[in-house]
Design a protein around this ligand. Structure first.
Ligand code: BTN
Length: 252
């Protein structure tokens, strides 16, 4: 809280040495819109689909609480994709080529450099949690089941410290989110849809999608819709809308 300017984009910013999960901390707080929490390690980091997120010292673990009054609930999942765009901008500014595997895995040199876990609460608040691999990873680190091999910015040749990376990430996130919110969460009007498509490595690819309920869809990813869903043309010729909660694999 001591680090933010009164007229800056964030209401408060705290940095802690260690906490179980920055997402859990903000999700259960009554903190103001645009509150930031950064941890240097997490002891119970949460990943998508109930997985854990390994969070040793050397990575960057950051969550932002947004309470975007005026944005319809159906558009809130865009925050998830916007956080991915902020990460792409930061990786590129560090000289590392980056793209997004839908919905929001940050790909660096074919590996996963960051993950994002967004949680939307009943009152229309969103906690956006970002885990960025910064320091070199041990050579024996294992991919998640069916997942991508993890990599880090340092593994990809970048050498920025966590403070500089956190600063850049928060600047990019504030810029993107601010424009998006000013446009009532409209992804086309605010330009985030176009920027997302530009950095998507999934569009045009053959994919296998695990849909909720254990169903599977094989097809080709066509486009991102203004509501944030991915349209996949199934091998049956039918278009299916895939939501951010479903898991997309590039088809082996
Ligand atoms: C994924 O499974 O890819 C998403 C990982 C998200 C990890 C971040 S680290 C900061 C925030 N706090 C958590 O407990 N999880 C997210």
């Amino acid at each position: 809280s001591r680090l933010v300017a009164p007229n800056g984009p964030y209401a408060a910013l705290d940095v802690v040495a260690s906490t179980p999960s920055t997402n859990a901390d903000l999700a259960s707080s009554s903190a103001a819109d645009r509150t930031v929490l950064i941890a240097l390690e997490q002891t119970a980091g949460q990943g998508r689909r109930g997985r854990s997120w390994s969070s040793p010292e050397g990575g960057l673990y950051l969550s932002v609480l947004f309470r975007p009054a005026g944005v319809p609930a159906a558009r809130l999942p865009w925050l998830n994709l916007i956080a991915g765009l902020a990460l792409v901008r930061v990786a590129q500014s560090a000289g590392v080529e980056a793209s997004l595997k839908w919905p929001n895995d940050l790909l660096l040199g074919g590996g996963k450099g960051a993950g994002i876990l967004s949680e939307i609460t009943a009152d229309g608040s969103v906690v956006v949690g970002i885990g960025l691999n910064v320091a070199k990873l041990p050579a024996d680190v294992q991919p998640a089941p069916g997942g991508l091999a993890p990599t880090s910015l340092e593994d990809q040749g970048a050498d920025l410290d966590r403070g500089e990376l956190a600063f850049r990430l928060l600047v990019e996130l504030a810029g993107l989110e601010g424009v998006w919110r000013k446009n009532g969460g409209d992804a086309e009007e605010s330009g985030v849809l176009e920027e997302y498509v530009e950095h998507s490595s999934t569009i045009g690819q053959r994919v296998r999608v695990e849909l909720a309920g254990g169903l599977e869809l094989l097809g080709v990813a066509q486009r991102i819709e203004p509501d944030g869903t991915l349209t996949v043309r199934g091998d049956d010729g039918q278009d299916h809308g895939v939501s951010a909660g479903d898991v997309v694999h590039l088809r082996p």
